[in-house]
Ligand binder design. Sequence first.
Ligand code: NAP
Length: 279
Amino acid sequence: MARAVPSPLIAMSGEVLIPQLGFGTYKVTTSDAYPSVRAALDAGYRHIDTAQMYGNEAAVGKAIADSGLARDEVFITSKLNNPYHEPAAAREAFARTLDDLQVEVVDLFLIHWPMAKTTDYVATWRTMTEFQADGRARAVGVSNFQPDHLRTIIDATGNRPALNQIEIHPYLAQRDLVDFHSELGIVTASWSPLGRGALLNDPVITQIATQIGRTPAQVIIRWHLQRGLVVIPKSVHPDRIAANADVFDFELNAEEIARIDALDRGQRFGSHPDKVELA
Ligand SMILES: NC(=O)c1ccc[n+]([C@@H]2O[C@H](COP(=O)([O-])OP(=O)(O)OC[C@H]3O[C@@H](n4cnc5c(N)ncnc54)[C@H](OP(=O)(O)O)[C@@H]3O)[C@@H](O)[C@H]2O)c1
């Protein structure tokens, strides 16, 4: 039986527990997805992040099914793709996700992008809450939502997303949005936590890594963990996948954290939520 990473669990909406460390699968091709997810589960990850948009849910689902792990041992997140926000389309898309993943229930289902200018995202959010009510999503949340989007859906429905998954890394610390989530009781997850790999060569990060005898990726992943964020690094290399999960036997000290905090410069590697819209 594979070794389980002793990842801390974070309570979402007080009920569903999400492992703080997960494995990302964006830009993981269908042929890479199966071996990568198997490698992640072998390395002890118990939380896999996928999405309809990534086109790899079937391979991810097969890897989880073949792992020998019980369904309730692996936390699975997926996301509603942008063209399927209209309620009937969302229902069909969610059913497809469950089929592709070979599961009856996902642990977390997110609206991938708000699409606030082109879609009625309140209606989409209402549809998401149906999936939780009928038991096919243990928790529902959002991704790439800004404060006004969050306020709008909560005011309109009285239902608060369990989690908002947003771009966060040392060059884009997102302190205001994370504080806003905390006030509302919404868990924050960091996407592109390594800045898509670009931060691994930052001199402050590499210097700290050398000083403490860790890899740059491990240093950055600790920074997320010590901020209380869910973190979902991606790699297709088994050695990196394992090393990225080997982060629970050390801590960054306050001075190291402060040096990484000082790197914040509002730099995105992905799209701004206001720029992602259907034509
Ligand atoms: N909700 C959203 O809108 C959204 C958007 C983007 C991403 N995400 C999620 O967040 C996850 C992570 O973000 P991401 O994939 O964009 O980027 P990331 O995890 O920040 O970085 C991945 C990059 O870093 C490299 N890397 C990883 N570990 C490494 C190591 N130990 N040493 C050297 N290089 C390493 C990877 O290369 P190799 O693979 O070659 O090792 C890859 O190029 C995604 O996979 C996805 O699940 C969500």
